[in-house]
Design a protein around this ligand. Structure first.
Ligand code: ADP
Ligand code: MG
Length: 254
């Protein structure tokens, strides 16, 4: 098997008595788009958050681009990496949140340049040029000097996508990127995500947009109660699901 870009093995995570991830195995190949579906509370956000070590796993392991996330292995023991190393790893893992999470006190342009300048210490001229290119790509060149509060939700989310891209990550994680948007703004954000998918970026996308999943996903994963119930190409999981729980879920969202 070729090297995975993202690999989870036996990932478990509890919050107190509640076991939210109950042994998750997942491989995402370089350039692939994986869409995760599942009911509210099934552990989708927690799963994404473990991938960039925003949540620590209780057991199991995660690697991104061949590197163990959050830990160093010495013999058969794992030691948590120092904060500085975790921040370095996170620059390889873009994250786009449901609620955009832009810096309100920075302009659109500054939102995009902040991490490459501070976390990656790249030259200012290079980063400025990159930000201009990325804002053009998401159709927001004319908003560079605006503050996020002045933008629509769809525009803010497109800035968040440009910001994630600015780190030139190996993988981008999207956690329900359109679910906080008014319906008429969903399309412009999905278009931006689709554009990335077409450009060969490795992505894991949690969404309830089944049409988008059908069109863009290489693999669709259905999660329920902290487990992957089934996964496969969209034509299988969406059109011929093997499990009753998948059928039930799809009958509610379609
Ligand atoms: P999903 O994204 O699929 O809706 P989540 O991963 O957000 O599911 O949550 C799964 C379960 O874990 C839910 O029951 C949620 O309430 C719980 N949970 C998530 N984060 C925390 C936390 N930090 N502390 C306690 N419980 C949490
Ligand atoms: Mg969630």
């Amino acid at each position: 098997m070729s090297a995975a870009m993202v690999e989870l093995r036996g990932v478990r995570k509890s919050f107190g008595p509640l076991e939210v991830l109950r042994g998750v195995d997942l491989r995402v190949a370089p350039g692939e788009v994986t869409v995760i579906l599942g009911p509210s509370g099934s552990g989708k956000s927690t799963l994404l958050r473990t991938v960039n070590h925003l949540e620590k796993v209780d057991s199991g392991s995660i690697s991104v681009d061949g590197e163990l996330v959050g830990y160093r292995r010495v013999g058969d023991r794992l030691y948590e990496l120092p904060e500085r190393e975790i921040l370095r790893q996170r620059t390889k893992i873009g994250f786009v949140f449901q609620n955009f999470n832009l810096f309100p006190h920075l302009t659109v342009h500054q939102n995009v340049t902040e991490a490459p300048l501070s976390a990656q210490r790249r030259p200012k001229a290079e980063v400025n040029a990159l930000a201009t290119r990325l804002l053009e790509r998401v159709g927001l060149a004319d908003k560079a000097r605006a503050y996020p509060g002045r933008l629509s939700g769809g525009q803010q989310q497109r800035v968040a996508i440009a910001r994630a891209l600015a780190l030139e990550p190996k993988v981008i994680l999207f956690d329900e990127p359109t679910s906080a948007l008014d319906p008429e703004l969903v399309g412009e954000v999905l278009d931006a995500v689709r554009d990335l998918a077409g450009s060969g970026t490795t992505m894991i996308v949690v969404t309830h947009e089944i049409g988008f999943a059908r069109e863009v996903a290489d693999t669709v994963v259905f999660m329920d109660e902290g487990r992957i119930v089934e996964q496969g190409p969209p034509a299988e999981v969406l059109d011929a699901p093997r499990h009753e729980r998948t059928r039930l879920f799809l009958s509610k969202v379609l």
